[in-house]
Design a protein around this ligand. Structure first.
Ligand code: GDP
Length: 366
């Protein structure tokens, strides 16, 4: 499963947010994972379509798909030089697929700031610089290994790699993240093998206080961070970690009522889950029946047999075809019979590229 790592300076609200995540963690009964490590939190991906299918099918159970966060504690200035838990911290980030970068946007004189003032852009840059320096050292190591070979050999691949490294180096030296370097598809593939920290997609998580969250745009700290995110083409999600922690211990109705009282359309954590899911190129297909209505995660671009394999490897091996309809058609017509009569039930073969919101029924040989 893909995972998003939670990073940020000390005292910005990472633990508070991660507590909210573990408190909202899915029930093991529906999701028989092996073991969930203590620094991992598995949460449901909110999906109103499942709620609607529940109304229509009245199934025995409904199951949301899930997403995983990893808590990465302990980044300090100097991590790229191996200070503090530096190296450990960086190798933990390397194992993640996206970065949720928590940035303090709340003022609170009682809570010490490691840099003695609240300045989200400066804070974000401190962390970014550590990641950039770590990548620069990866790139320089690699240059050391291939430089001589690239100059003496006619091997096209080595030359290509060397050219890429010589683009990455000055880019990182100018304190820019690898993800902002414009590369063609071949170069991107080549770069993937280094697993650079700053090539991973980023979401800035703006941690606002209890007042600020109701109108993030009016906070100058939020505005500053949002401008930075925009410039980088990164996502930004406002949260109030404290409120998320409170929300996490409530059941669904209480949660909705609490959000209503606060005048919030949805929880910040839900927005974060949804954003992380999408920037990783993940989508959801659905299965629906009287037994169970369920959401499943697939990678954008996956074809019907691979999606069948998400449910069970036997479904992929014995795949014959899929009956597919759109969730929107079920939302409107409210029965499979009506969908068939409207000519909106499709039979698709092994080359069908599954779309977000497809409701799938797989036919397969055992
Ligand atoms: P970490 O070091 O990044 O894990 O930060 P913590 O989660 O331990 O939070 C540091 C301090 O900030 C704690 O005292 C939290 O209660 C407080 N804090 C975290 N989030 C919020 C928030 O949204 N609003 C306010 N007012 N305080 C917060």
């Amino acid at each position: 499963a893909l995972t998003a790592g939670i990073v940020g300076l000390p005292n910005v609200g990472k633990s508070t947010l991660f507590n909210a995540i573990t408190k909202s963690q899915v029930e093991a009964a529906n999701y028989p994972f092996a073991t969930i490590a203590p620094n991992v939190g598995v949460v449901e991906v909110p999906d109103k379509r499942i709620d609607r299918l529940r109304e229509i099918f009245n199934p025995k159970k409904t199951i949301y798909t899930t997403f995983e966060f990893t808590d990465i504690a302990g980044l300090v200035k100097g991590a790229s030089k191996g200070e503090g838990l530096g190296n450990q911290f960086l190798s933990n980030i390397r194992l993640t697929d996206a970065i949720c970068h928590v940035v303090r946007c709340f003022e609170d004189a009682n809570i010490t700031h490691v840099e003695n003032s609240v300045d989200p852009v400066r804070d974000a840059e401190i962390i970014n610089l550590e990641l950039i320096l770590a990548d620069l050292s990866t790139v320089e190591n690699r240059i050391g290994k291939v430089a001589r070979k690239a100059q003496s050999s006619k091997d096209k691949e080595i030359r290509q790699e060397y050219d890429l490294l010589m683009k990455l180096k000055p880019h990182l030296e100018s304190e820019k993240p690898a993800r902002s370097l414009e590369l063609n598809d071949d170069e991107k593939l080549l770069m993937n093998q280094y697993n650079l920290l700053t090539a991973k997609p980023v979401i800035y998580v703006a941690n606002l206080d209890e007042e600020g969250i109701s109108d993030p745009e009016s906070s100058r700290h939020y505005q500053a961070l949002a401008a930075k995110a925009k410039e980088e083409g990164a996502e930004i999600v406002p949260v109030c970690a404290k409120i998320e922690e409170d929300l996490a211990s409530l059941d669904k109705e209480e949660k909705d009522a609490f959000l209503d009282d606060l005048g919030l359309p949805h929880s910040g954590l839900d927005a974060l889950i949804t954003t992380a899911y999408h920037i990783l190129g993940l989508s959801t297909f659905l299965t629906a029946g009287e037994d169970e209505c369920r959401a499943w995660t697939f990678h954008n671009g996956m074809k019907a047999p691979e999606c069948a394999g998400v449910i069970h490897t036997d479904f992929q091996r014995g795949f014959i075809r899929a009956e597919v309809y759109r969730f929107e058609d079920m939302d409107e017509l409210e029965s499979e019979q009506a969908i068939k009569e409207a000519g909106k039930m499709c039979l698709e073969g092994k080359d069908y590229v599954v779309q977000d919101g497809d409701v799938m029924h797989f036919r397969f040989n055992v």
